[in-house]
Design a protein around this ligand. Sequence first.
Ligand SMILES: Cc1ncc(COP(=O)(O)OP(=O)(O)O)c(N)n1
Ligand SMILES: Cc1nc(C(=O)O)sc1CCOP(=O)(O)O
Ligand SMILES: [Mg+2]
Length: 208
Amino acid sequence: MPSLGRLHLITDTRPGRDPLTVVRAALTAARTDLVVQVRVEDSATDREAYDLARRVLALCDPYGATCLVNDRLHVALAVGAAGGHVGADDLPVAAARRVLGPAGVLGATARAPGAATEAVAAGASYLGVGPCHTTSTKSGLPDPIGPTGVRAVVDAVDVPVIAIGGVTAERVPALRAAGAYGVAVVGALSAAADPARATAQLIEALTC
Ligand SMILES: Cc1ncc(COP(=O)(O)OP(=O)(O)O)c(N)n1
Ligand SMILES: Cc1nc(C(=O)O)sc1CCOP(=O)(O)O
Ligand SMILES: [Mg+2]
């Protein structure tokens, strides 16, 4: 399995957003350190997800960046993405592992140590852990777990932990100190005036 990038950019496909422009900018700054997770609205069709994933993968390939697909593993397989990410409403981790095969990158959402160890035992190759901070990007989330909650998961597993939820470059040092391997962001890049510069700042915080 290739080593995992530390900065995960999750596509923002809400109305008025321009995910491909953000992906292009982020790639110029993060290159192989970038993982792009293609995430579409629940209301999007599989065809829309497939078309976006195909375009994102074509952008990632020349940079050696990794493309993953959120939720829809058949789309990941169809486009030849490196893998996918699942959470509580998606395929169970063991089933997702069977779909992707042994070599696929499989992320799983885990908010506490017990769920984290179960996900790793079932085949997760990394964990998305959060929400670390409040976020307006996704509704219905539990209360933020903060760096302390991240540390609890890090101490329970031996796979990379990717901190998610309200992550900004300023918040990265505390998350890294808690043992996070990397971070996943939507708004920090999607809403940035200069996404390439914002990417560089996140990479600097993740690698210094
Ligand atoms: C890196 C990362 N961590 C967590 C999530 C959330 O996944 P999930 O709980 O399945 O929620 P949706 O993103 O599907 O709404 C993620 N996508 N990526
Ligand atoms: C899609 C998603 N999942 C989360 C979780 O905690 O499971 S937080 C989140 C949204 C992250 O967006 P932003 O970087 O703008 O806060
Ligand atoms: Mg999901």
